[in-house]
Write a protein that binds this ligand. Structure first.
Ligand code: TMP
Length: 395
């Protein structure tokens, strides 16, 4: 049975940036509530947003925009080639090719429903299926390649899929029964609870996965987890290594350890989620008050990084251009636009990040190290970052 524990109010699409204010009259909003399923332990949105509304030719998130993510995938690809040496790699949700470009064109297939990104990997020479992941597509690929696939990968994609059981079934169908490996990484529920990073919750994140929930869901489709890695990217993620139950890899102690740690951390108790909701409420109130107090002093406050996550925060906390003058972001498809729901202007850092800025809310807090390094001169000149993770404070 599913029970609601958190309401984050009326929310627009997290990546629904507006080209101009006249687009505001047609802006899509929905009530964003979060539920916990006490049978599977899965945490999900109560009402899913239709995938076609979010993942289409206008999709704004470019994985390659961050050096951290480029390095992250390069390192992983080297490990896969060295330790697994797959003959065929399939990536579900290949975005702008940030992972797949580390493999040869013959060795890799991309699946990407956002046509703007599918066009990029296609142009690079990778066979790209511009479609949503489904059993139908898994069967089509099997037919076209006359084989099963020995390595399937997905980063920040499986948690986007509302019918997750069906998506895992399709993976299980296409995976080679003896040497097949399915590896995926997504934000960690445990990390979200520890950090109070409720901004991980937005339309695209249909689920925030725990290892506990994944273990159950994957078992249901004949897959078993054989290793778990904790990653620092995206504000704390898990990389899950799975195989068909007939697979050849030994199950590492990391799996049992992760399950146990989640249990002792209370991830299977509803009260944990109720407490989290109270923390979110306090965090929102504190952030709003802090920004309002700074505003009274007349100092310029902006937001650094128009991350999808900021949509949740600004709409939940009612933070608009009156409190955050503008946002800076290097992503070409975001620059010149207005933020979803609150319509805060977005400019390129070269046009808005200078010493006139006294405070910058770290919208992309998950890249804090990269950003602090990049902006060390601004920091040395007295600029200050504000964050809400793990609690609202000036850094
Ligand atoms: P994400 O947290 O969803 O990956 O979004 C991070 C956003 O921050 C993305 O729009 C790119 C932007 N960004 C910058 O503008 N400058 C930077 O130095 C970094 C690391 C990210």
């Amino acid at each position: 049975m599913k029970a609601r524990f958190l309401s984050l109010g009326r929310q627009p699409l997290a990546n629904g940036f507006l080209a101009n204010i006249t687009e505001a009259k047609d802006e899509f909003f929905y009530d964003m509530n979060v539920v916990y399923d006490n049978e599977t332990h899965l945490v999900s949105l109560e009402n899913f947003v239709r995938p076609e509304l979010m993942f289409n030719e206008h999709y704004a998130y470019h994985g390659s925009m961050s050096q951290t993510m480029q390095d992250h995938f390069k390192e992983l690809a080297a490990k896969i080639n060295k330790e697994i040496n797959p003959s065929l790699v399939l990536e579900i949700g290949s975005n702008d090719g940030v992972f797949i470009k580390n493999f040869t064109k013959k060795q890799a297939i991309a699946v990407e429903p956002c046509s703007n990104f599918a066009a990029i990997t296609n142009k690079l020479g990778y066979e790209t299926y511009d479609e949503f992941w489904s059993m139908k597509l898994a069967k089509q690929i099997e037919l076209e390649y006359h084989s099963k696939v020995d390595f399937i990968f997905a980063a920040n994609c499986m948690c986007h899929i509302p019918d997750i059981e069906d998506a895992f079934k399709a993976v299980a169908h296409l995976l080679d029964e003896t040497k097949g490996v399915f590896c995926f990484e997504d934000p960690s529920l445990l990390e979200m609870l520890i950090r109070g990073s409720y901004d991980q919750i937005y339309d695209e994140h249909a689920h925030i996965f725990s290892i506990t929930a994944l273990n159950k869901l994957l078992k249901n489709v004949g897959l078993e987890i054989f290793d778990v890695e904790q990653l620092s990217v995206h504000g704390g993620s898990n990389r899950i290594w799975t195989q068909p139950i007939t697979g050849k890899y030994l199950i590492k102690p990391t799996v049992e350890a992760a399950l146990l740690f989640e249990k002792v951390s209370g991830l299977t108790n509803f009260s944990t989620y109720v407490n989290f909701a109270k923390r979110v409420q306090n965090s929102g109130t504190e952030l709003f008050s802090m920004l309002r107090e700074i505003k009274k002093t007349g100092k310029k406050v902006i937001c650094y990084g128009a991350a999808s996550k900021t949509t949740t925060i600004f709409n939940y906390c009612n933070i608009g251009p009156d409190l955050i003058e503008y946002m800076v972001d290097t992503t070409p498809s975001k620059v010149g636009k207005l933020s979803p729901g609150k319509h805060i202007p977005i400019v390129h850092p070269k046009d808005g990040f200078d010493t006139s800025v006294k405070f910058a809310f770290l919208g992309a807090w998950n890249f804090a190290a990269e950003i602090c390094d990049k902006e060390k001169l601004w920091l040395a000149q007295g600029g200050k970052f504000i964050t809400h993770v793990p609690n609202v404070r000036i850094l």
